[in-house]
Design a protein around this ligand. Structure first.
Ligand SMILES: N[C@@H](CCC(=O)N[C@@H](CSS)C(=O)NCC(=O)O)C(=O)O
Ligand SMILES: [Fe+2]
Length: 289
């Protein structure tokens, strides 16, 4: 079991314990199975339900990697048979870490994909192309950025017997996409949907109405047990589910009108690197490197 899975287990266990403390074991089990449907649950001991969870995604190699300055998550997915790999949202400063891991696992990086033109850090896709021969970069055709593969809604990025399906989820930027595994067990939501939050909409073509519509139609329509992996987290949270975000997201559970008001009053400072990151990311992060 990898550490991301272990961390993902903690909120589910806390949830079950809360329900069990309230004397509702049946509901506790229902909640647990709803949250993690498709994982290996086992009854252990008399006191009810413990769980042994192996991996989501049916045999996919999966790593969640963190870059602490911009609080960015990079995700590595690979097919164990063919060794083909995809890297989602690599960061320039952690390219060597990613290359080392890919080499150690004996993988071939097929595609390095950005969920959008990031404003807070420089992407590692351009440098990865130089370091790992044969890698192709990818980004939405609505992003305004250059890449080898220009993604459209409905496209698939395949790696061995696995794939990531592209869903356009604009609103944080015009070119935001959510990448969903073929079995809909995992969704990489970029900055469209964050854990108990969402991407800001006050720069780069941001539009809160568009974001609300994207999340509700393209992400909240996925199965409740689908794991949500965002591009950032600023509080140490690692993973959520569609079920949890539909129930507990403090912004997106509100009406559209309330959401628009919340987003207009976030008053966040501009990302420190925005003026260098955006021009660099328009050219795969290779600007002035
Ligand atoms: N302090 C950080 C930038 C933080 C930030 O603005 N994050 C973005 C995602 S990166 S474009 C965001 O949408 N945040 C939403 C939120 O509610 O926090 C820096 O200086 O880099
Ligand atoms: Fe962003």
């Amino acid at each position: 079991m990898n550490s991301a899975v272990l961390k993902g287990l903690k909120p589910a266990v806390a949830y079950v314990l809360r329900l069990r403390a309230a004397g509702d074991s049946r509901k506790a089990l229902d909640g647990f199975t709803q949250l993690y449907r498709g994982w290996n649950l086992q009854k252990v001991g008399e006191r009810g339900y413990s769980a042994r969870m192996e991996h989501a995604g049916g045999g996919v190699i999966f790593r969640q990697l963190f870059e602490p300055v911009s609080c960015t998550y990079t995700y590595l997915l690979a097919d164990p048979g063919s060794k083909e790999a995809v890297l989602i949202d690599p960061v320039l400063e952690t390219v060597d870490r990613d290359v080392k891991l890919i080499d150690e696992l004996g993988l071939k990086l097929k595609v390095a994909v950005n969920t959008h033109c990031h404003a807070d850090h420089i992407t590692g896709t351009g440098l990865l192309k130089k370091k790992l021969y044969g890698t192709k970069s990818a980004i939405s055709r609505h992003s305004g950025a250059k890449a080898d593969i220009m993604l459209s809604d409905g496209d698939s990025i395949t790696f061995g017997k696995h794939c990531l399906n592209v869903r356009n989820t604009p609103g944080h930027t015009d070119g935001c996409v959510t990448l969903v595994t073929g079995d809909q067990s995992m969704a990489f939501t970029g900055d469209a949907l964050l854990i108990r939050g969402c991407g800001r909409t006050d720069f780069q073509q941001g539009c809160s109405k568009t974001l609300y519509n994207s999340v509700h139609t393209q992400i909240f329509s996925l199965p409740g047990h689908c794991l949500i992996y965002p591009a950032h987290d600023y509080k140490g949270q690692t993973v959520s589910t569609v079920y949890e975000e539909k129930k507990f997201n403090p912004r997106l559970t509100k009406s559209l009108e309330e959401f628009v008001k919340i987003m207009a009053n976030l008053n966040l400072p501009k990302p420190a690197k925005i003026d260098v990151a955006v021009p660099a990311n328009l050219v795969c992060g290779l600007h002035d490197v």
